[in-house]
Design a protein around this ligand. Structure first.
Ligand code: PEP
Ligand code: MG
Length: 552
């Protein structure tokens, strides 16, 4: 293995620690003849017991919402009916792995058939099956590792379900083999303020327990770092934190031009941290978490209760609610079709409302009900708007529900190119640079090998942002950025120079952005924006701007 491993850097800072790998789900081996059915049945019971004990122990140690999920899973694994069924199959001559798989499959079918809440738990059963089969076969148990000490998590990639269980007290940094700059792992790393390197192919060869130094900003993983390198990185990290702690309050440039700094919010367990953050509100409230892992949309009352919690946590501040963004990387059985050949180009985002208007109307009614009484300044916006007509229809529906401030996300190049027309019918824009990059470059945002195209410093992306910002300014409308681009301090300066009026990012990213703004005037931001637009490519833009800032 070469000395340094390279990938795509995410987040800021660095961290050192031992590797703990996330093991993949075990493949079921070919059936094998059973010579001692009684021993096979005992092994099956033992595997299930071990899984339940392990989950119980983890639940006792976990903090936050993960503890509840783990306890519920432990109860399922300890179900005597499940153990009896698997053991009976083994006693009749089915080998242990297949006996477990068959018993779980029976439960799974029953749960799926029950619909509603029960059907939503089938993914948990699949996870338990994989754990039990791995135990029985003596393979590494899949899922998040728990070595009993803080660690650097190394995984193929992280799914949204893994992220709920990730304990920020234990995980020092993230390294994934796959994933791009706007993948779930990258978004999670920023939300937790962890350094991460994604799309790092060589990480597949990092063994458990090996010490690594992870540099988030540079995308470098250093295996077996010497004491000097560790001390240098720790010192730089300490100085960085001290410097950032010196800046507080509303975002503004050195000459006082206000740039509201807002947080992105995407899961209930993020609410307390987001509300406590030094931020002027929520710039992107991703409402999908309420709908994910469901077979039916939550009703108006359930939605309103969830929105009300957020609005009261942000009383007096702005909350920009994005309506349901189903499809592509967020498929939902009741909103999107499973048979689309190109889901990223399919009926997703606002487009689902054309097929099922009730879904959007219920959500808007729930937001309006929760907003009543005015705890927060509630704005609503639609994802994946492509035409001025779509934007006009959305704002009209929002207003019909009594929601006066309605806007469009700019995530599709067509919307950016016709932003002057969109600005006539919207109160504001919020530019989703993750999807805008994906659609501008026809590059799947989840693919590591396409990270270069998805780089938010791409001048073509910056041109579209400039077009949208100019159109908004022409009609006196705000135009914020809520994609991952807003989390990069140097790029934030460029965005402000392009005419962006607010920036929304994970709470952990805001101090760096605030400090960068405080150090530069609006005129300097405009100069940096010019340089970036004139650059040959993303690397050139980043290098040129950083060297002008004295960082390169
Ligand atoms: C975006 O596309 O930039 C965005 C903010 O939305 P999401 O990442 O939720 O698709
Ligand atoms: Mg998007």
């Amino acid at each position: 293995m070469s000395r340094l491993l390279h990938g795509i850097g995410v987040g800021t800072g660095s961290a050192t620690g031992p590797v703990a790998r996330m093991a993949p789900a075990p493949a079921l081996p070919a059936p094998r003849p059973v010579t001692d059915p009684a021993a096979e049945a005992a092994a099956v019971r033992e595997a299930l017991r071990a899984v339940a004990d392990d989950l119980d122990e983890r639940a006792a140690r976990a903090t936050g919402p993960g503890a509840e999920v783990l306890s519920a899973q432990a109860v399922m694994a300890a179900d005597p009916v499940l153990a009896d069924r698997a053991a009976a199959l083994a006693a009749r001559g089915t080998d242990g792995a297949h006996a477990l798989a068959e018993a779980f499959d029976g439960f799974r079918a029953a749960l799926a058939g029950a619909g509603g809440y029960f059907a939503e738990r089938t993914a948990d059963l699949d996870d338990l099956r994989d754990r039990a089969v791995a135990r029985l076969l003596g393979l590494p148990v899949p899922g998040l590792p728990d070595p009993g000490h803080p660690y650097v998590l190394v995984a193929e990639d992280l799914a949204p379900a893994d992220t709920a269980l990730l304990d920020p007290e234990r995980v020092l940094a993230l390294v994934t083999v796959r994933g791009g700059p706007t993948s779930h792992t990258a978004i999670l790393a920023k939300a937790l303020g962890l350094p991460a390197v994604v799309g790092c192919a060589d990480a597949a060869r990092l063994e458990n327990g090996r010490a690594v130094l992870v540099h988030g900003a540079d995308g470098v993983v250093e295996p077996d770092p010497g004491p000097d390198a560790v001390a240098r990185a720790a010192d730089a990290e300490r100085r960085r934190r001290e410097r950032l702690a010196g800046f507080r309050g509303p975002g503004r440039t050195a000459d006082g031009h206000p740039v509201p700094l807002l947080v992105n919010l995407g899961a209930p367990h993020e609410l307390a941290g987001a509300a406590a953050a030094d931020a002027e509100g929520v710039g992107l409230f991703r409402t999908e978490f309420l709908f994910l892992d469901r077979t039916q949309a939550p009703d108006l009352a359930e939605q309103a209760a969830a929105y009300r919690q957020v609005f009261s946590a942000f009383a007096g501040r702005r909350v920009v609610v994005r309506t349901l963004d189903a499809g592509a990387d967020k498929p939902l059985p009741f909103a999107t079709r499973p048979d689309e050949e190109n889901p990223a180009l399919g009926v997703r985002g606002l487009r689902t409302a054309a097929r099922d208007p009730q879904l959007l109307d219920t959500q808007l009614a729930a937001i309006a009900a929760a907003a009543e009484g005015g705890a927060a300044q509630v704005w609503v916006m639609a994802p994946m708007v492509s035409t001025p007509q779509e934007a006009a229809a959305f704002t009209a529906r929002a207003r019909a529900h009594g929601l006066p401030v309605a806007g469009a996300m700019i995530e599709v190049p067509a919307a950016a190119l016709r932003a002057d027309r969109l600005a006539e019918v919207c109160d504001f824009f919020s530019i989703g640079t993750n999807d805008l990059a994906q659609y501008t470059f026809a590059a799947d945002r989840t693919l590591g090998p396409l990270a270069g195209l998805l780089d938010p410093w791409q001048p073509a992306l910056l041109s579209l942002i400039a077009t949208a910002a100019r159109a908004a300014a022409g009609r006196g409308r705000p135009a914020g950025v809520c994609g991952e681009a807003a989390a990069d301090p140097a790029l934030a300066l460029v965005l402000v120079g392009l005419g962006i009026t607010s920036l929304s990012a994970a709470p952990a990213a805001l101090p760096g952005v605030r400090a960068a703004l405080a150090g530069h005037t609006l005129a300097e931001c405009r100069e940096l924006a010019e340089l970036a637009l004139l650059a040959d490519d993303a690397d050139d833009a980043r290098r040129t701007v950083r060297s002008r800032l004295g960082e390169g």
